[in-house]
Design a protein around this ligand. Structure first.
Ligand SMILES: [Fe+2]
Length: 233
């Protein structure tokens, strides 16, 4: 399996605190059945982890995993937050963030926690026109999507993929996120799953989410889900 959203790079954001924790997370991921991890440090106003930092940290961790025989392949990424219009405009122009994987065909995009970014449809269309499909991080965790699913459905109609978090599906993010996450699967609107792991407690646990997905949607849908996720790198 591939985890497309994981804060495994050490000492950059609120993810792994040091190299040891990164290695420990990689080991947990391996035990969980994960073989590929897209490292997605935050790209927001608090943690602006730019492409050059991602590449440097990724290289360092991959070398350490290889040395310690942890058979995980790392891929570059970022979790790009739609902070505000000026932030979005400046960074989309500069391109100082990392897409998901080296094909640059997908971008992990996150909404603010406070309110919905009204320009989201325009941003999505602009990225799609440029050949980049936005993957929306954990919509089930945002109250405005739960209160008004039409906002999310509009973005899906435009062409975004959703990324539902494994933690949400097993109830770690509360009953509302769990219920909405399950509904997205039932409605065929969960395009990818990921762990959004931050450390060895908030750990890589993709298999638990996959089991919930399969129980709701069936084995064929799970195979299609995995194929879709694998196509990103
Ligand atoms: Fe995240």
């Amino acid at each position: 399996m591939i985890d497309i959203h994981c804060h495994i790079l050490h000492g950059v954001d609120d993810g792994a605190k040091d190299l040891e924790e990164s290695v420990a997370m990689a080991r947990i991921a391996y035990e969980d059945g994960i073989r590929d991890i897209i490292a997605t440090p935050h790209f927001n106003e608090l943690f602006l982890i730019t492409a050059d930092i991602v590449e440097r940290k990724l290289e360092e961790l991959q070398a350490e995993l290889d040395r310690r025989r942890v058979a995980i392949r790392l891929h570059p990424g970022n979790e790009f937050r739609l902070e505000n219009k000026a932030f979005i405009e400046a960074h989309l122009k500069q391109g100082d963030y990392r897409h998901l994987g080296r094909k640059k065909s997908h971008l992990l995009m996150e909404q603010r926690w406070t309110d919905y970014e009204a320009d989201s449809p325009e941003i999505v269309e602009r990225l799609l026109d440029a050949g980049v499909r936005p993957v929306l991080a954990h919509p089930e965790r945002h109250f405005f999507f739960r209160e008004d699913p039409a906002l999310l459905q509009r973005l899906i109609e435009l062409g975004i993929w959703t990324q539902v978090s494994a933690d949400s599906l097993i109830g770690v993010n509360g009953p509302e996120a769990q219920q909405f996450g399950r509904w997205l699967i039932e409605a065929g609107l969960a395009h990818t799953l990921a762990t959004d792991a931050h450390n060895v407690n908030r750990k890589p646990n993709l298999s638990a989410g996959m089991a919930v997905f399969e129980e709701i949607a069936g084995t064929e849908a799970r195979a299609a889900l995995e194929a879709r996720m694998n196509s990103i790198v």
